[in-house]
Design a protein around this ligand. Structure first.
Ligand code: FAD
Length: 399
């Protein structure tokens, strides 16, 4: 190191710079620490390898279950109560280590279980949620179609036709996470009679249902996404989500999970920042660590600012959610803002690694690539901006 440069302290500023975790109570902090320990020891060492070979760690189901973090109070015995801040921080911690793992968890525990929790009858919640909270049954959420992505509110083409005590589903779904191995797949389809969107729980192995893994993804490779084909799939009326009457009900599920993506995006930024910071302290050029150059420090400071601004927004969002006052626009603004800041942050992280930033072994490349999926799923940046714009002006500008 050049003589005029003095390192004042170890400088190990972690991504949670403003210590958001301090807002949790002691019990929650302890449980979050246990999750962090699990992620660091059981997920982090394998994340790059899983990413490369498109592997989802299904064999960790028992250990995930043992953490007691799946589901909500009332889903099943043994699930400790948790608040929205704790749930958000869980997503942040998962994505901080591996956005693929966070998505695998979120599709099951958020989208699939959330659909049943929000839109199922008491009997259906009792029938499906306990085994899902125990990870004995894994869930998926099928809304997007090959020809209908952002426009699902207006134009699903998958149809549901009632025949006596059964429904007959026909259509295709694309991008459906976990669906290659899921036991229960929530399928959203348009009722041919009243043209309203309804939700159906389709069990793995139902005749006419097939799920083909999408190949050659360049983001979230640790999550398997499927192209689903439904050909005269028969579902009993008892498996139609009884409280899903129109797309408004689907949107109730998405509001919560969209807020969750804002947390994951913040975690993805934290992971990229921390990997970049560690690298710049180790790597030397011109006889001194990269971390000692002003331009590098400027990028690290900007990354921390992005993370902290995102955290401030999602912490406040969680407080509104706790009081049942979070609107669609609150969740949409957080999703839009945090994923945009994430995209900037992971690019800066990649930049300070130079060429090594595109090698998986330095972790940053994985966060950089995964950010692209988080940016687009659960409503693209544009769609979320339009939700906020509608709330701000009263004008809908979707079409
Ligand atoms: P399009 O709707 O075709 O949009 C393309 C571009 O046009 C975007 O930039 C969009 O913002 C813009 N655009 C579209 N309409 C407008 C408009 N009115 N005004 C301005 N701009 C517009 N779906 C599920 O149902 N279940 C899942 O588990 C799931 N997992 C996913 C996992 C991954 C990794 C990915 C990438 C996607 C996943 N999705 C899933 C689908 C995801 O929700 C969609 O990709 C997303 O909603 C966008 O739809 P699209 O990709 O078809 O893009």
């Amino acid at each position: 190191m050049a003589e005029h440069q003095h390192r004042t302290d170890p400088g190990a500023v972690e991504g949670d710079f403003y210590r958001v975790k301090d807002l949790l109570d002691a019990d929650e902090r302890k449980r979050l620490d246990a999750v962090r320990e699990f992620l660091v020891t059981r997920v982090a060492p394998h994340a790059n390898e899983w990413w490369e070979r498109e592997h989802t760690p299904l064999d960790l189901r028992e250990e995930i279950r043992a953490l007691g973090i799946t589901g909500e109070p009332g889903d099943t015995d043994g699930i400790a109560p948790r608040g929205h801040l704790f749930a958000g921080l869980l997503g942040m911690e998962m994505a901080r280590v591996d956005p693929s793992f966070a998505t695998f968890f979120g599709v099951h525990a958020g989208l699939a279980m959330g659909s049943i929790r929000e839109c199922g009858s008491a009997e259906q919640r009792e029938r499906w949620l306990p085994s899902m909270a125990r990870w004995e049954k894994i869930g998926a959420f099928g809304l997007t179609e090959p020809l209908v992505g952002s426009g699902t509110a207006l134009g699903l083409t998958t149809t549901a036709r009632r025949e006596g005590d059964e429904w007959v589903l026909n259509g295709e779904k694309k991008w459906i996470g976990n669906a290659t191995f899921a036991d229960l797949i929530v399928i959203w389809a348009k009722d041919e009679e009243d043209e309203q969107v309804k939700g159906f729980v389709v069990e793995k192995g139902t005749p006419g249902f097939s799920a083909r893994k999408l190949e050659h993804k360049i983001a979230l490779r640790g999550v398997q996404n499927a192209h689903i084909v439904l050909e005269d799939v028969r579902v009993p009326e008892a498996d139609r989500l009884q409280e899903a009457h129109s797309f408004r009900d689907t949107a109730r599920v998405l509001k919560v999970t969209r807020g969750g993506v804002a947390w994951s995006a913040t975690g993805c930024s934290v992971g990229a920042y921390e990997a970049a910071r560690a690298y710049t302290v180790e790597r030397e050029q011109f006889g001194r660590p990269l971390a000692g150059f002003q331009l590098v420090q400027d990028l690290l400071a900007r990354m921390l600012a992005n993370i902290t601004a995102s955290q401030a927004m999602v912490v406040r969002m969680a407080a509104l959610e706790e009081r049942d006052e979070m609107s669609d626009a609150h969740a949409a603004l957080a999703k839009m803002f945090c994923t945009s800041r994430m995209r900037e942050t992971v690019a800066w992280a990649r930049e300070v690694l130079g060429g090594n930033g595109i090698l998986l072994e330095n972790d940053v490349a994985r966060f950089f690539a995964d950010a692209e999926a988080l940016y687009s799923y659960e409503g693209t940046r544009d769609m979320n901006a339009l939700i906020v714009g509608r709330a701000a002006t009263g004008y809908s500008a979707f079409v």
